[in-house]
Write a protein that binds this ligand. Sequence first.
Ligand SMILES: Cc1cc2nc3c(=O)[nH]c(=O)nc-3n(C[C@H](O)[C@H](O)[C@H](O)COP(=O)(O)OP(=O)(O)OC[C@H]3O[C@@H](n4cnc5c(N)ncnc54)[C@H](O)[C@@H]3O)c2cc1C
Length: 451
Amino acid sequence: MCHYARAMTGRTPPDETGTERDAGPATPADRLHAIVEQGLCTGCGICQSVAGSEVVRVQKVVNGYERPVVVGDLDHATVDRIYEVCPGTRVEGLPDRLVDDATHVDPVWGPWRRIVRAWAADPVVRHEGSTGGVLTALAIYLLESGRVDLVLHARPSTTEPTFGESHLSATPADVMAGVGARYGPTAPLVGVDEVLGMGRPFAFVGKPCDVAALRNLGRLDQRVDRLVPYMLAPVCGGYMPPAATAAFLERMGIDPSEVTGLRYRGRGCPGPTRIETADGSTEAHYLDFWGEDESMWMLPWRCKVCPDGIGEAADLAAADTWPGGSPTREGSDDDPGTNAVLARSAAGLELLEAAERDGALVIERDATIDEMSDYQPHQVRKKHAVASRYLGMADEGRIVPATARLRLDELAAAMPADEQARQRDGTRVRIGRGKATEPRPEAARPEVQGE
Ligand SMILES: Cc1cc2nc3c(=O)[nH]c(=O)nc-3n(C[C@H](O)[C@H](O)[C@H](O)COP(=O)(O)OP(=O)(O)OC[C@H]3O[C@@H](n4cnc5c(N)ncnc54)[C@H](O)[C@@H]3O)c2cc1C
């Protein structure tokens, strides 16, 4: 049970005007919504699966994100369970049982058995893929080799053109429907209880926070370890807040309400960002969408304080390989895409090597930890900064996610003391300015035709 959360009062965090609301003892809904209000919801959807869709529904809310809205009779015991599995309140590294003598543990990059540069052997998968199509190639290979019956992952949303949505694939064509990275809200775990209920082995592909949620569920629900032999993750720096995506579309001269489809990247690496409207399509560069460097990235608060963007709990994680962390405009036109792949568990390593042996993947060569850090300097910086940011959150009386096996204190201690203090103070300042606060989630009004 999560005592700190149960003891909380119904006081809301200060909003942008600094106003706090004291609503008396915390109700179950207050406690669930506190995760959202304190900017810690990742939008993964697992709370809906834990509570049941008749009680909690993860849906688009007024600020444009997908967030849990209480729609039924929520009790404290269910919220206790949600606090145990939510990746806003708990994030753990690879389970101990998957770590053995063959595992190396790097302070930044965590557990790994082999690191390679690789791409999908099928040129179509490589071209369509976000980077080199490795995750899609492996998901297809898992189905075709009979290792799993199904793959739970995400595809472009059928209702919100800038979002992703949960997708259960049984065929290679289904898997291909989810190819590519989506930088909008995506809740792959909304229906995971139902998928577990099918009793069939399945692989899961999701962001590191999604994988953390599923591993957390595995601590409470034995079906996870029995039925999910493979968890795969893209390394993730965070997604784009819906308001920032709308601002990008407006900069492109496109009314966000007219968008019918948005392909963030893929078809080369990174490939064009392609926006569809009833009048046709417009293309932009990845750098037009994200900005020229990390300092311009707009991210949800939870992503700024993410303790694990590198998929530590996954059997295998796949990343980009741009030196310095961003593509260049000149280098993007004809880059066919190469993933860096970290096989973390024995299952991840066996999968990687079997997929190469059976012709599903091409492994170019082994890669080093130093190369990983060169490809992902933002991940290295965040990993060092997170523990200090958590101290700033604690200073402000905020929920601090429970973490384990992520080496966060050790990494913070490797930073100079003044940098640790700067991270801690900066977090306090941002919280004080309302930058880490979201409104209580309220379902967005469905768009009315003709408005
Ligand atoms: C939000 C986000 C941020 C990222 N940040 C980084 C980063 O900082 N550094 C880096 O190296 N790489 C980052 N990536 C990963 C990179 O874009 C590629 O996804 C990764 O290299 C795998 O490439 P691939 O070609 O193997 O993927 P693909 O073969 O195209 O497969 C992608 C798989 O991921 C699933 N997926 C896509 N989007 C989502 C989503 N939003 N939520 C859950 N599942 C999803 C798809 O269903 C598909 O199964 C990010 C990806 C995302 C989605």
